[in-house]
Design a protein around this ligand. Structure first.
Ligand SMILES: Cc1cc2nc3c(=O)[nH]c(=O)nc-3n(C[C@H](O)[C@H](O)[C@H](O)COP(=O)(O)O)c2cc1C
Length: 323
């Protein structure tokens, strides 16, 4: 197999070890480009481009930015999407250095991506999935933990990383709970190499999210986040006010919205309120969203917080040692 990017070296080249997470109907070219230009990895689901021609254009624009010194961009392949083979082919024809896989085993795409020079991060929500992704040769794992936005994990982030570190020494990225540079530093102390920031970046000027969604994030707190399988069939964190605004009682969801009814109400082509389009998702980190900001400003803020917290920790250690 040819040379492919060294994930740890890529992370070391960033202003802070952060990845702005891929989000359906949220992360497009503009957000990804702004994040990469600001010195963090910007990820986006390839399905957000909607057509292969548009995906090709996005990848060309991001190649250009990367060649000018921006941080690496990172396409997200949804393994179960019908467009997988086509999107994989397009990525391999461009210059991406890292790809994230989600919803399915990364096994079928690892070899072609390595041949094309890309390292592979696979997202996982259980120890069994983590073991399988590690065995299939993923260079890193994204551990989906309790409280993450979108289709979430349920495991405690500290317990999860400790258990995975028993058998895996590749890169580990935490998804869920990253709201501040301080959380990122704490994640590293716990054993992670990097952190995913999702929800915070929905409320940016460059995101594809509707204005009403962005505004709702600024007024919602983690008490408004409801964990339910009702809309997607998988554990997903949704915003209660968005469910209420669609005329559905969030407290009676699991009895009133069966997966079958959800498919008919919210599935593609259905007439009812659409999940992701009107029934919006957010993680527990929604409590830290207080304004809609330019993405570069948010990256810079998190980088500064991370550096300040790291310096404070160093000073605390020094003063302990000198006692
Ligand atoms: C609206 C939304 C859409 C998402 N879509 C995707 C997706 O297409 N692919 C993916 O791998 N993860 C997706 N996620 C999950 C995020 O990549 C990430 O795991 C999560 O946002 C991290 O938690 P946080 O939001 O608290 O930062 C989505 C999350 C949200 C909030």
């Amino acid at each position: 197999m040819g040379e492919y990017a060294d994930l740890r070296a890529l992370l070391q080249g960033l202003r802070a070890p952060m990845i702005v997470a891929p989000m359906l109907r949220v992360s497009g070219l503009e957000l990804t480009a702004a994040v990469c230009a600001a010195g963090a990895i910007g990820a986006f689901p390839t399905v957000n481009a909607r057509t292969p021609e548009r995906l090709d254009e996005w990848l060309s624009a991001l190649d250009q930015l990367q060649s000018e010194g921006a941080a690496p961009y990172c396409p997200n392949l949804i393994i179960k999407a019908p467009t997988l083979a086509e999107h994989l082919g397009l990525i391999c024809a461009h210059e991406a250095k890292v790809v994230i896989t989600s919803v399915g085993s990364p096994a079928p795409v690892i070899e072609p991506l390595h041949k094309a020079g890309c390292a592979v991060l696979a997202d996982v929500a259980s120890l069994a999935h983590a073991r399988r992704a590690a065995e299939s040769g993923a260079d890193g794992l994204v551990l989906l933990t309790a409280g993450a936005g979108g289709q979430t994990g349920w495991l405690n982030p500290f317990a999860f990383v400790a258990a995975v570190r028993e058998f895996y020494d590749g890169v580990l990225v935490v998804a869920g709970g990253m709201s501040h540079g301080r959380s990122l530093l704490a994640a590293q102390v716990a054993g992670y190499d990097a952190g995913y920031f999702g929800t915070r970046f929905i409320a940016t000027e460059e995101s594809l999210a509707q204005q009403a969604y962005r505004d709702l994030l600024t007024t919602s707190s983690m008490d408004d986040v409801l964990l339910t399988k009702a809309f997607t069939g998988l554990q997903t964190n949704m915003l209660r006010p968005a469910i209420e605004a669609s005329g559905i009682d969030p407290d009676r969801l699991d009895e009133s919205v069966t997966p079958d009814l959800a498919g008919r109400l919210f599935g593609d082509g259905a007439d009812g309120p659409k999940r992701w389009q009107q029934i919006w998702s957010a993680g527990h980190t929604v409590s830290s969203v207080d304004r809609v900001a330019p993405a570069a400003e948010l990256v810079a803020q998190i980088v500064d917080e991370y550096a300040d917290c790291a310096a404070a920790q160093d000073r605390a250690h020094l003063s302990m040692r000198s006692r």
